[in-house]
Design a binder for this molecule. Structure first.
Ligand code: COS
Length: 387
């Protein structure tokens, strides 16, 4: 029982315990091997579906768990403590795969696509980034042109999480070039659409058990009803989707930081040098104290952002703060954990080197730390000063 238990609703605590148990029994044994072999943990992802983890924040009418972003953030955190790759797979599916359809889909799109995704039978992916459109996501070059009752898409999307295993995709494309970012729209694409294919899988620094690949649209034809929301409103749609996604990347970073910290505490109490556990040296104690303090601060930000979102308040600034701070804490905690482990921290078996590689992703994906600072600064200058 931690002090934080007092701040979490009973159903979220039950979810947390169930996910922690799943992570310990199902993910801990494979976390090293899926990273080493760059293997997507298909069996475990299926089990997450059976446990109801693939649609945690969405209403039960769409087969979600109805536990909001707080429940979802806590689940991602628990999984990330053990396996960053699986946490990323879950976060990309829930926030970026289902998120756009839930937020902007019409009722028939929601009824068709969300339930199988929320049950974990179908994996989702979000196609935004392009070779020339990263932080400047509005610089998209992929196009969509109406032809009769179909849209014809041409272009490519890179670094797409879950790309090789998804069956439902949402991607952005230019529908009116003359309007700049106000001429971008979003579309739902199903695996198997003519002219659509998934290409090269990336060989990444970290989160190597998650799948990252390219989407190709080569005169890809989709029905006109697969336009998501209003025509030419895609830019604002994906900024809104990313706002929510950033909470889950913050939760992922928090979980990785906790995993590294817990490993460092344990190791420092077991490892003896100069005839005593290294935890008895102040050099180690200072490090542990800093890690613990930063982790609790990160947790406050992540949970608060999730609670604001669940309460339908403006959470944009907090989502960016949560992601920015938690991701930088994660990298620092992993580096410190490696330092405490010494030489053992530099090898695979003790896992903190993998955690560092996984943590780095959280400073980049769904908006770099620089973009988060930009978003926060804009909110401040719009009058959102404190609280
Ligand atoms: N959430 C919702 N709406 C937002 C928003 C946010 N975080 N930020 C801006 N908007 C709205 C604005 O209110 C504005 O609406 P109006 O046109 O009605 O006034 C519109 O979106 C355009 O905003 P703005 O002019 O500020 O856009 P910019 O192009 O100047 O900058 C940034 C937008 C740089 C913040 C944006 O491109 C961004 O977040 N880039 C990072 C993308 C990213 O994270 N990529 C990684 C993808 S991993 S899947």
């Amino acid at each position: 029982m931690s002090n934080f238990d007092l701040m979490l609703p009973e159903e979220v605590l039950m979810l947390r315990d169930m996910v922690a148990d799943f992570a310990k029994t199902e993910l801990a044994p494979i976390a090293i091997s899926i990273d080493e072999e760059q293997r997507f943990p298909m069996e475990q992802v299926k089990k997450m579906g059976e446990l109801g983890l693939m649609g945690i924040p969405y209403p039960e009418e769409y087969d979600g768990a109805g536990l909001g972003y707080l429940g979802y953030a806590v689940a991602v955190e628990e999984i990330a403590k053990v396996c960053g790759s699986t946490a990323l797979t879950l976060a990309a599916h829930v926030s970026l795969g289902i998120g756009p359809i839930f937020l902007f889909g019409n009722e028939s799109q929601k009824k068709k696509y969300i339930p199988p995704m929320a049950r974990g039978e179908v994996l989702g992916a979000f196609g935004l980034t392009e070779p020339g459109a990263g932080s400047d996501a509005g610089g998209t070059q992929t196009t969509a042109v109406k032809d009769g009752h179909e849209w014809v898409l041409n272009g490519q999307k890179i670094y797409i999480t879950n790309a090789s295993y998804a069956s439902t995709y949402v991607a952005t494309a230019v529908t009116d070039k003359s309007k700049g970012t106000k001429g971008i729209s979003s579309f739902i694409i199903e695996r198997g659409a003519p002219g659509f294919s998934v290409g090269k899988k990336e060989n990444k620094l970290g989160c190597r058990g998650s799948d990252t690949a390219t989407l190709h649209f080569d005169n890809c034809r989709i029905p006109e009803e697969n336009l998501l929301g209003e025509l030419n409103s895609g830019f604002k749609q994906f900024l809104t989707v990313l706002d929510g996604g950033r909470i889950s990347i913050g939760a992922m970073a928090l979980g990785i930081a906790e995993g590294a910290y817990l490993a460092a505490v344990k190791y420092s109490q077991e490892r003896e040098q100069f005839n005593r556990p290294i935890s008895e040296f102040q050099a180690t104690q200072m490090k542990l104290a800093t890690m613990a303090t930063e982790i609790e601060a990160a947790r406050h930000l992540v949970y608060f952002a999730a609670k604001l979102k669940d309460a339908d308040k403006n959470y944009i600034k907090y989502a960016s703060m949560a992601k920015l701070y938690a991701s930088e804490v994660a990298t620092r905690c992993c580096l410190t954990a490696i330092q405490i482990h010494g030489g053992y921290g530099y090898v695979q078996e003790y896992e903190v080197e993998r955690m560092l590689r996984d943590a780095k992703l959280t400073e980049i994906g769904e908006g770099t730390s620089e973009i988060q600072r930009l978003v926060i600064a804009r909110r401040i200058l719009q009058g959102d000063l404190l609280g």
